[in-house]
Design a protein around this ligand. Structure first.
Ligand SMILES: Nc1ncnc2c1ncn2[C@@H]1O[C@H](COP(=O)(O)OP(=O)(O)OP(=O)(O)O)[C@@H](O)[C@H]1O
Ligand SMILES: [Mg+2]
Length: 271
C-alpha cells in the first residue's frame, strides 16, 4: 500500500485548515480509503472537536512520541465511518514538544498501513508548521481570497518548495461570489496568478460549515450543502478524478452555483 501523506497548511490563521482536514478525512474514508487525521496543532488542539471525537481521547501525539503509549493506543477510531482515525494533539504541551525528526519518524511508521495521512498544522511559518510538514510528501495550502492570506500562503509555498514536496495544491476557501463580482474580494484567478500553484478546490463561504463545526459533524458526513459538495470534489481531485473547477463568481449567497441553477432550473451547487 502506497501511503499518501498530506499536510494541510496556510500561513495565516483561521482560514480553514482544520475544516479542510476534517472534511477531506471523512470524505476519503467514506470513499473506502483508510485514513489517519493527525492534529499537529499542539497546544491548540481543535481537530478532535471538529471531527466530533473529543470525548474519546485517551492518549495523544506527544504520548506516542514520548513512548508513553503505542501508536495504535492513541488512535481514536471513528464509529460513524469505517477506517477513519484521529491522532489527537496534546492540549497541555507546546509546539516544541514534537521535533521535525520525531514527526518524520511518526509519519514513516504509518507508511504501508493506511491509504491517507492528513496532517492539520498550526498557523504561522515557525517550527510548529515546519514540524507538521516534516513527514509529508504533499501539501494542501488553504487560502482565503484576501491579501494577507495570499501573502502568507506565498511564504508557506516558498518554504514547501524548498523542502521539495512532491506536490503543492491550493484550496481557496470562503469564496464569496458577490464580493468578487463587485470587486471587493480578490478573484480566484487573481489568487492563482499570484501564487502560481495548481488550484485543487474552491470552497464557497457557507454557514453550514460553522454549524457543522459546532456539532462535530463535518459536512462531508452527509450534508448536501454547497461546501459539502465542494469538499467532495476536492477529495475526488485528490483521487485523480477529472472534476472541473466551478466558476467562483457564480455562487449565490447560499454558496450554490446560480448560473447552473438557472440552466437546469434546480439546485446544482458544485465546487
Ligand atoms: N467555507 C467556509 N464557510 C464559512 N465558514 C467557514 C468556512 N471555512 C471555515 N469556516 C469557519 O472559519 C473558522 C476557522 O476555520 P478553521 O478552524 O478550520 O481554521 P484554521 O485555519 O484551522 O484556524 P487556526 O489557524 O486557528 O488553526 C471556523 O469557525 C470555521 O467554521
Ligand atoms: Mg486549525
Amino acid at each position: 500500500m502506497d501511503t499518501r501523506i498530506i499536510v494541510v497548511t496556510s500561513g495565516k490563521g483561521g482560514v480553514g485548515k482544520t475544516t479542510v482536514t476534517a472534511n477531506l478525512s471523512f470524505r476519503l474514508a467514506m470513499e473506502g480509503y483508510s485514513v489517519v487525521a493527525i492534529d499537529a496543532d499542539i497546544g491548540l488542539r481543535n481537530l478532535d472537536v471538529v471531527m466530533g471525537l473529543e470525548n474519546r481521547i485517551v492518549f495523544n501525539i506527544v504520548d506516542v512520541i514520548e513512548e508513553a503509549c503505542k501508536l495504535p493506543q492513541a488512535l481514536v477510531r471513528d464509529k460513524r465511518v469505517e477506517n477513519l482515525h484521529l491522532l489527537p494533539a496534546a492540549q497541555t504541551r507546546t509546539k516544541e514538544a514534537v521535533t521535525s525528526d520525531q514527526m518524520l519518524k511518526l509519519c514513516n511508521s504509518l507508511r504501508g498501513k493506511y491509504d491517507f495521512v492528513l496532517i492539520d498544522s498550526p498557523a504561522g511559518i515557525e517550527s510548529g508548521f515546519r514540524n507538521a510538514a516534516a513527514g509529508a510528501d504533499e501539501a494542501l495550502v488553504v487560502v482565503t481570497p484576501d491579501v494577507s492570506s495570499v501573502r502568507d500562503a506565498d511564504r508557506i509555498i516558498g518554504i514547501l518548495e524548498s523542502n521539495q514536496k512532491k506536490s503543492i495544491d491550493l484550496v481557496v476557501n470562503r469564496v464569496r461570489s458577490k464580493m468578487i463580482r463587485s470587486g471587493k474580494m480578490l478573484g480566484v484567478s487573481d489568487v492563482s496568478d499570484i501564487l502560481a500553484v495548481n488550484i485543487i478546490g474552491i470552497i464557497p463561504e457557507d454557514d453550514n460549515v460553522v454549524t457543522s463545526t459546532n456539532k462535530g459533524e463535518p459536512l462531508t458526513l452527509g450534508s448536501t450543502s454547497a461546501a459539502a459538495r465542494a469538499f467532495e470534489n476536492v477529495s475526488g481531485r485528490i483521487l485523480g478524478r477529472e472534476i472541473p473547477l466551478p466558476d467562483p463568481t457564480s455562487f449565490d449567497e447560499n454558496g450554490l452555483l446560480t448560473g447552473l441553477k438557472k440552466m437546469f432550473g434546480r439546485k446544482a451547487g458544485r465546487g
